[in-house]
Design a protein around this ligand. Structure first.
Ligand SMILES: Cc1cc2nc3c(=O)[nH]c(=O)nc-3n(C[C@H](O)[C@H](O)[C@H](O)COP(=O)(O)OP(=O)(O)OC[C@H]3O[C@@H](n4cnc5c(N)ncnc54)[C@H](O)[C@@H]3O)c2cc1C
Length: 371
């Protein structure tokens, strides 16, 4: 039925979720562009096939019985365009110049000699000092916070990025993953997204969930979101997306891309920021085991992970699903966990939280096999 599109029949969903759990879906389809996407949705509508739009599966728990329908993944929607062509041309020229310079240097190095041990040591010291200086900048003078002062978890986030002569706008596809987007923006010298470096999500999924961390949310840098709704391509302004804490009204449409408002900054500073946030994540989260991030939203601004930790539930298991020993807000797959293990563990935690007077709302999406 979907022969003309890139697709998999009887696709194993566990391979498309960061939890590594899930049965099979009848079809997993990868449209190349909006025209293909529209055609696929039309076929599904006519044949009454259920659809599910997938980002990187970093917030979706698939059912053990899989999904009776078509999962549509927008990974080919991964473009990055600047509305400021001059800036991009300048960057491209700079990149080209740097490439030629590097090639020349490499050539000279190969030609002449390997750096001496003393030179190697000096370079290492310089690199370390540079790193220290940048870390100090980030931590002490709060370089990043100077751009985006941390927000409190609140229902109505405030528009933070003021328009000035350092502001630049880029148009980005929904299927691009945040690792790659961060790397590309760093190369272009555009700052604002570093806080989410290390989150295994696509931009589309992150927009739908209004994802965030360290006091920041993606909506802070959103100018407009492009959506496909009822067969029409529309641009929704930031206000029309109704962003609030881990919420938007984008669930009921397909996000195609977005315009992001960023600030010019030196690439090396951006990379330092990215590493800073990545390290913070690595230090506090179980990045080495399959998970879906935090299972619950913060309750009245308090991290549910912290509450579960205080209740001594770190390490508690049902089957092969475990409350992470590193961060009690995460449930990890210790290898071979089923969706049933995870949902039973979530229900158990919900009961415990209710007993403690906390009404926890789920952040993850549990997708039943039949919808
Ligand atoms: C290790 C780890 C760390 C994490 N840390 C954080 C964190 O710090 N902060 C945070 O907020 N989250 C975090 N998460 C959770 C997760 O990354 C986010 O919820 C993210 O927004 C999900 O993006 P995704 O692309 O994987 O979307 P998916 O999980 O694939 O989908 C999530 C939802 O968005 C919908 N969706 C996805 N793409 C589109 C689209 N293009 N159009 C319409 N609907 C779409 C799906 O239908 C689904 O309802 C973490 C997850 C992991 C595994």
């Amino acid at each position: 039925m979907f022969e003309e599109f890139e697709h998999l029949n009887d696709a194993e969903l566990a391979n498309f979720s960061t939890m590594k759990i899930g049965g099979r879906a009848n079809w997993l389809i990868f449209p190349k562009n909006v025209q293909e996407l529209k055609k696929i949705l039309k076929i599904c509508h006519e044949k009454e096939i259920k659809t599910f739009i997938l980002g990187n599966g970093s917030n979706v728990l698939f059912d053990d019985a899989g999904f009776d329908g078509a999962v549509i993944c927008l990974r080919h929607f991964s473009y990055l365009r600047s509305n400021d062509n001059e800036k991009f041309k300048k960057n491209k020229k700079r990149e080209k110049r740097l490439k030629i310079k590097n090639q020349q240097e490499n050539f000279e190095n190969e030609e002449n000699q390997m750096p001496s041990k003393k030179q190697q040591r000096n370079r290492k010291i310089q690199k370390f000092k540079r790193g220290q200086k940048c870390r100090k900048n980030v931590q002490k003078s709060g370089f990043f916070d100077a751009i985006f002062p941390p927000l409190k978890l609140c229902n109505k986030p405030i528009w933070r990025v003021e328009l000035n002569n350092r502001t630049r706008c880029v148009e980005v596809g929904a299927g691009i993953n945040l690792f790659s987007l961060n790397m590309q923006l760093a190369k272009l010298g555009l700052s604002g997204l570093e806080f989410c470096y290390g989150i295994p999500a696509t931009l589309g999924g992150f927009l739908v969930m209004n994802g965030g961390c360290f006091g920041h949310e993606i909506c802070e840098i959103v100018e407009e979101v492009q959506v496909l709704q009822d067969g029409k391509i529309l641009w929704r302004t930031r206000d029309e997306c109704d962003f609030s804490y881990r919420h938007s009204n984008l669930q009921n449409c397909v996000v195609l891309g977005a315009k992001l408002r960023l600030l010019e900054e030196k690439s090396e500073n951006i990379v330092q920021n990215m590493n800073f946030f990545l390290e913070k994540k690595r230090a506090s989260q179980p990045c080495d085991l399959p998970s879906l991030g935090c299972v619950f939203k913060a309750a009245n601004g308090v991290s549910v992970g912290k509450i579960l930790d205080d209740m001594g539930l770190k390490g508690f298991c049902i089957g092969r699903a475990q409350v992470s020993t590193k961060h009690a807000g995460f449930i990890v797959n210790m290898g071979g966990a089923t969706a049933k293990d995870v949902t039973e563990l979530i229900k158990f935690l919900e009961v415990k939280l209710l007993e403690a007077g906390v009404k926890a709302e789920r952040e993850i999406i549990v997708l039943p096999s039949q919808i």
